[in-house]
Design a protein around this ligand. Structure first.
Ligand code: SF4
Length: 330
């Protein structure tokens, strides 16, 4: 059929070389008008029109009809219409289907190659990222700070991940947080307070050191229970009391309860949660510089034999075995 079209255009039959098409020079349609077999371009006619009937008559007498039909039955989107091999386009489609059914498969079609698809987002488990963000929150590092250090992830999304609202996240966000985490965890603690810090304390999130030696990305792993010796913090609060600074100053600066801080100052607490220790560490400069004065607090310090800060000069106040330079409050 395709050779007929060529013949019509060039007013002579075009015969491709090669044995596979050696039959074409015997075609009965050779030299006939192209429109007889194809009709005017893109015209849709009623099935089996007069023109088609004439063309089919030519095919019926064609000595190479079988060869022509076999060639025309090769699926080709460009050869979907016209008469060829003694069949209309519809009859050829039907014949193709029949043959495909006999072979037990679907009729083959030439499928245009689709352009390569853009790889879709890779999602990963959010556990490790959530734990990292929670650990940073225990240091007072919120999602806005994390966002500034990460190439991917908005602070809103990072906050959702930290709060456990996302089960799967974009792998690029997970990597960005994992890459920034060591750097952020090593930052000096910021000023006390802040939403992230308060949330971490309220939720009891594990600090970075709780994941030392554990796979933070493994959902089955558990954080170590980290407790910080309380002795140094108790000594500082006692020293503040010797200076007359009431416990309410520490309550305000740390956000911790008065009962807890009073117990700590009296030596009734052995260890602290890391986040409480962090709160006390951050609050200490403010407590030490406070000008608040309470004679009752001084009386309490004298009664209990608490030591001033000067007693710990040159000694590690946090060392449980450290000995003060003097043994009684002045
Ligand atoms: S079968 Fe019909 S279309 Fe095919 S070569 Fe013969 S005359 Fe032409």
């Amino acid at each position: 059929m395709r050779y007929i079209r060529a013949a019509g255009v060039r007013d002579q039959r075009s015969t491709p070389s090669g044995d596979a098409h050696s039959w074409t020079h015997k075609a009965a349609c050779s030299g006939m008008p192209l429109d007889l077999f194809f009709g005017p371009p893109y015209e849709r006619e009623p099935a089996k029109s007069l023109r088609e009937a004439d063309a089919l008559q030519v095919c019926a007498a064609c000595p190479v009809r079988i060869d022509c039909l076999e060639d025309a039955l090769i699926p080709d989107p460009k050869q979907q219409h016209g008469i060829a091999g003694g069949m209309t386009a519809e009859e050829r489609i039907s014949e193709r289907r029949k043959r495909a059914r006999r072979l037990g498969g679907k009729p083959q079609r030439k499928v245009a190659k689709r352009p390569a698809r853009k790889p879709s987002r890779v999602l990963v488990d959010a556990t490790g990222t959530m734990r990292r963000l929670q650990a940073l929150a225990t240091r007072g590092i919120g999602s806005k700070t994390v966002e500034r250090h990460c190439a991917h992830g908005s602070h809103g999304h990072l906050g959702d991940i930290r709060n456990g609202d996302c089960k799967k996240i974009d792998a690029r966000v997970a990597k960005a947080v994992a890459d920034a985490y060591p750097r952020l965890a090593a930052l000096p603690p910021g000023p006390n307070g802040g939403q992230a810090f308060a949330l971490a304390r309220a939720k009891g999130w594990a600090p970075p050191e709780a994941w030392d030696g554990a796979d933070i990305d493994d959902p089955r792993s558990e954080p170590r229970t980290v407790r910080i010796p309380a002795v140094g913090f108790a000594r500082r609060l006692q020293a503040a009391a010797v200076a007359g600074v009431p416990i309410s100053v520490a309550v305000q600066a740390t956000g911790l309860s008065r009962t807890f801080l009073s117990k700590l100052r009296s030596g009734g607490v052995d260890t602290l949660r890391p986040e409480d220790a962090e709160a006390l560490r951050k609050a200490w400069p403010q407590v030490a510089a406070s000008e608040a004065f309470s004679p009752g607090t001084i009386g309490q310090a004298v009664t209990n034999g608490w030591l001033p800060l000067s007693a710990w000069e040159g000694v590690d106040i946090d060392d449980p075995d450290a000995k003060p330079r003097q043994t009684a409050a002045a």
